[in-house]
Design a protein around this ligand. Structure first.
Ligand code: NAD
Length: 354
């Protein structure tokens, strides 16, 4: 077997290096994966440019990457459900399995969770990587490795919609049409929402949203007041949204969500913006708006895979740029510059041509 395990390692702000790491050996409950597709997430870019997200600080070299898929090439002795040659989507979070959050099923809240490319845990932007077999999901034959990698962001959308109780007939407002807003839109439609309106400040993002099935789009212009935005949303939908999901992290979007959501409805906070913002609380209180946090996901991979495999969701149009691992710096430069309007940039660690 090759000894080549080229990996993309972040040493600090703007210090991304490609270097060799040993090919790991799977523990008894792990599989060794030949990595095939890895999406760049906003958090990878944030660590590169800022060196931290909230209290997660890159204070030692960390391999980036957590939206990934690959082929099983080694199997630990306790692994029963996977074999060499299986194509898998990798859920990047491996919780402790012992705490009350894990036992209750909300394992995304496990304080001990290992999560790829969240300091101090290494990610998997490497040619080879070992992961807990329990958090690797076999891909059906009709799904590609790119689609497998996209099960991670799609999981965020699925979880956000579950948090918002999106279902048949829901009238949904998604604020922000970045990758996360777009997967939330796709999930809301798949969950049976009757109408989805999505907002953004960028025309090109709204065009993508339209092509993915948004019923309405609203461009937020600089001159618009909060009240203008609220009025326009209600006008376009013909009613107030029953569920609003902020996927922008912008203060104004959260403020709009709390005011425009139908009385008795749900506002889900997905976007991670400033840690403290000012919000109009009393209206939300009197109108019994449920304000719900949303962090990563749990038990979403089987659903996300089924939604794509069955054709209910098409994530392929989200992939706009492709790079080989040798061009990782170029891939991140593209993510930072926004050149060519990237939505999802995918890196292929074991391909010489992409
Ligand atoms: P992104 O930056 O690509 O997308 C944000 C979008 O919001 C952009 O298209 C931007 O133009 C738009 N926007 C900015 N200001 C706006 C405004 N005032 N009104 C409407 N739209 C506005 O990021 P992304 O990868 O799509 O992620 C979205 C957010 O979700 C980020 O804050 C990210 O940190 C967060 N996130 C949260 C979770 C979680 O578990 N809760 C998981 C992944 C990402």
């Amino acid at each position: 077997m090759t000894q080549d395990n080229l990996s993309a390692v972040l040493y600090g702000i703007d210090d991304l290096r490609l270097e060799q790491r040993p090919i790991p050996v799977p523990k008894d409950d792990e599989v060794l994966i030949k990595m095939e597709a890895i999406g760049i997430c906003g958090s990878d870019v944030h660590y590169l440019k800022k060196g931290r997200i909230c209290d997660f600080i890159v204070d030692k070299p960390m391999i980036l990457g957590h939206e990934s898929s690959g082929m099983v090439v080694g199997v630990g002795k306790n692994v029963k459900h996977l074999k060499e040659g299986d194509r898998v989507a990798i859920e990047p979070g491996v919780p402790c399995g012992q705490c009350n959050f894990c036992k209750g099923g909300r394992y995304n809240l496990c304080p001990e969770i290992f999560f790829c490319a969240t300091p101090p845990d290494d990610g998997n932007l490497s040619r080879y990587y070992c992961h807990s077999a329990s958090y690797c999901y076999k891909l059906p034959d009709n799904m590609s490795y790119e689609e497998g990698a996209l099960m991670e962001p799609l999981s965020v959308g699925v979880h956000a919609c579950r948090r918002g109780n999106v279902g048949v007939g829901s009238v949904v407002l998604v604020l922000g049409a970045g990758p996360i807003g777009l997967v939330t839109l796709l999930s809301a439609k798949a969950f049976g929402a009757s109408k989805v309106l999505i907002t953004d400040i960028l025309d090109e993002r709204l065009q993508v949203a339209k092509s993915l099935g948004a019923d309405h789009t609203l461009k937020i212009e600089k001159h618009m007041t909060e009240q203008d935005i609220i009025k326009k949303i209600t006008e376009l939908l013909g009613e107030d949204p029953t569920v609003s999901l902020d996927c922008s992290g912008a203060e104004v979007s959260v403020r709009v969500a709390l005011q425009v959501t139908k009385t008795g409805g749900v506002a889900v906070l997905v976007g991670m913006g400033k840690s403290e913002i000012t919000i109009p609380l009393s209206g939300a209180l009197f109108r019994e708006i449920d304000i719900r946090g949303c962090f990563r996901y749990h038990n979403t991979y089987p659903t996300a895979i089924e939604l794509v495999s069955s054709g209910k969701i098409n994530v392929k149009p989200l992939v706009t740029h492709k790079f080989k691992i040798e061009d990782t710096q170029k891939a991140f430069d593209t993510a930072v510059s926004g050149e060519g309007n990237p939505i999802k940039i995918v890196i292929y660690p074991n391909r010489s041509n992409v």
